[in-house]
Design a protein around this ligand. Structure first.
Ligand code: MN
Ligand code: MN
Length: 303
């Protein structure tokens, strides 16, 4: 399938909006068990806020806020700018965010104290905190696989340095990019097979229902629901009702499923409920990030 430029830009918006919607929806059930979610909501499928962070309906958390920090830095620089991203994380941390992961906090604090842009390799860094920020990177690097790998790892290692986090960041970036091109879900599944052939731990064909912040569990949850459902709504509902790190599994599933199913597939009632300023910013940033990508530059040159 060859998509028009307009289709690709609209799918880019769906990826970024899907991330924010998944975060806002999943934050309600973060750290709950599936049984607790069932007894409380039967099925959780409304953006109602609450959760352990006591959020307003539609409020987003670190997953969306750190992604927006990356987007702002890249759009302001008009090019790749890792120190700019790190400075954006610092400004965000100083703004007293509602939530911040321990690994992210440590990485940002290290940068503030030492200017270091790469956390040292750490066996405890196999959390999902770098993968949740991949949407703006996938859009900015659209059309260049090698650049995607380079930028994915650079942004990830501001806070997380672990082979599983690295591999998951690249796989998610590729899936978003393929989905922007309108690739069939078989192509997305092939990317998971590339991942599991190198790191068999990510295999998800006998998914056990663990949905924690360990990046292996996070990705298994996302992959399981992505490939066993047939719509954005079904995929996201499945993921967030699994509990655990539900805002982050929601965010990651949201960026892939958003790009895959497109803007019209994101339920209106979720889009309406999302924080208005966040909604405007992600919809504005997504096409501008793609506008900076190698794909867009090639199009300009060929015109
Ligand atoms: Mn979060
Ligand atoms: Mn989370």
């Amino acid at each position: 399938m060859v998509l028009s430029e307009q289709d690709i830009l609209s799918r880019a918006q769906a990826a970024f909006l899907g991330l924010a919607v998944g975060d806002a929806l999943g934050a309600t059930t973060e750290f709950m068990t599936p049984a607790e979610i069932r007894s409380r909501f039967k099925v959780h499928h409304k953006i109602v806020g609450g959760g352990w962070l006591h959020l307003k309906p539609g409020q987003v958390t670190d997953d969306t806020q750190m992604s927006l920090a990356i987007a702002r830095a890249l759009l302001q620089a008009g090019r790749w700018d890792l120190p700019g991203i790190a400075d954006g994380f610092v400004a965000w941390m100083k703004s007293k965010p509602v939530d911040i992961g321990a690994t992210c906090r440590r990485g940002i604090r290290d940068y503030m104290l030492s200017g270091r842009l790469e956390s040292p390799c750490n066996e405890w860094d196999a959390g999902n905190g770098a993968v949740m920020r991949m949407a703006p990177i996938a859009l900015f690097c659209f059309g260049d696989d090698e650049m995607l790998e380079r930028c994915a790892l650079a942004q990830a290692r501001l806070t997380h340095n672990h082979a599983y986090s690295d591999a998951a960041c690249i796989a998610v970036g590729r899936m978003v990019q393929q989905a922007l091109r309108g690739a069939h879900r078989h192509t997305l599944h092939a990317i998971t097979r590339d991942l599991t052939s190198v790191h068999p731990k990510f295999r998800f064909n006998d998914y056990r229902g663990h949905a924690g912040a360990y990046v292996v569990e996070t990705m298994q949850t996302v992959f399981h629901y992505l490939f066993t459902t047939g719509s954005f709504e079904e995929c996201l509902t499945g993921v967030v009702n699994q509990g655990g790190d539900a805002d982050t599994t929601g965010a990651i599933a949201g960026m892939i499923a958003g790009a895959h199913y497109g803007l019209e597939a994101i339920p209106r009632r979720w889009v309406r409920r999302l924080d208005g300023a966040v909604r405007e910013e992600v919809l504005d940033a997504a096409p501008r990030l793609v506008g900076l990508s190698p794909w867009a530059q090639r199009r300009e040159e060929s015109e």
